[in-house]
Design a protein around this ligand. Structure first.
Ligand code: PD2
Ligand code: ZN
Length: 289
């Protein structure tokens, strides 16, 4: 209700009690209104005075706004964008790039050459054709969209895995227990991973079963263990970004909502020559068991 300010300040308690007395004496709103207008009050002020208390309250109160939800805690490296070198617990990692949409950081020196070599050596005998989580059933399937070979380490299964998992948890401020087991992938020449989202499609029938183990995925860390001679970039089409697979480096990105608006569509471009090896850590909302 818009009020002319000059007159609002003059609505005294005495005026209000005069109006109350008029109404108590049996004068209806139209007569009271006319009396006020005759006395020189504007129609807007009179309408304001005669409005029911609830309307006055609504007019005086600030515009009601929807409660703002608390921001969801998300994995993120403290001081990313402020310092070049970030503390990862047992070592420092170098920041190469920080993005906001999606939240994304590229790190150098995430893994040492020795750690890359040891991960490949331990994973190699256990490699099979890569399988993808089947959101229809909650099980796993091989898929044309992913022409790599892969394996999963159990969380905490060796000293090397524990060290890397502790580093990830320290750097990203996210509990080790919320991480899935590390996955290692090998792409030979011609192999690729078509663009996809890493979160589980909320509308897919198999998703509720998948979410029982730790909730949604909220972030991904891809570590590059072996660089191909050509090709094999990790591409983010919605962010117009390509991360080249440099040995020892890593790309981290997060998605607070399991929705394409997260802009986290990403894929592994075809390897043109040589071999590409990566290790991926997916982080869940809660403890992954
Ligand atoms: O190898 C890659 O670049 C790649 C691309 C997309 C890996 C993943 N997704 C993944 O491991 O989720
Ligand atoms: Zn992916």
């Amino acid at each position: 209700m818009n009020m002319p300010n000059t007159q609002v300040s003059e609505i005294t308690p005495a005026l209000r009690s005069w109006m109350a007395a008029q109404q108590a004496a049996g004068f209806g709103a139209p007569e009271v209104m006319q009396g006020l207008i005759n006395a020189g009050w504007s129609e807007a002020v009179v309408a304001y005075l005669l409005a029911p208390p609830s309307a006055l309250h609504a007019a005086a109160a600030p515009m009601a706004t929807a409660p703002t939800p608390l921001p969801k805690a998300m994995p993120w490296p403290a001081q990313a964008g402020e310092r070049l070198a970030l503390d990862a617990g047992d070592c420092q990692v170098q920041t190469v790039l920080v993005g906001q949409q999606p939240p994304l950081v590229v790190f150098d020196d995430f893994l040492s050459d020795e750690e890359c070599r040891a991960l490949i050596e331990q994973a190699a005998p256990r490699m099979t054709r890569s399988r993808t989580v089947d959101v229809q059933t909650g099980g796993e399937v091989t898929h044309q969209s992913r022409t790599s070979q892969g394996m999963f380490f159990e969380r905490g299964e060796s000293e090397l895995i524990r060290r890397i998992e502790a580093r990830i948890a320290h750097l990203l401020g996210w509990p080790v227990q919320n991480g899935e087991g590390l996955q290692v992938l090998r792409y030979e020449a011609g192999a690729q991973y078509l663009p996809h989202f890493d979160y589980f499609n909320p509308a897919a029938p198999g998703t509720p079963a998948i979410l029982q183990r730790g909730g949604q995925r909220v972030a991904t860390l891809i570590m590059y263990l072996h660089e191909p001679e050509a090709g094999g970039a990790t591409v983010f089409p919605d962010a117009a970004l390509s991360v080249l697979p440099k040995r020892g480096s890593a790309v981290f990105f997060s998605y607070s909502q399991p929705h394409p608006d997260s802009l986290t569509l990403h894929g592994g471009a075809p390897v043109l020559s040589g071999e590409k090896w990566i290790a991926t850590k997916w982080l869940r909302e809660r403890e992954f068991s």
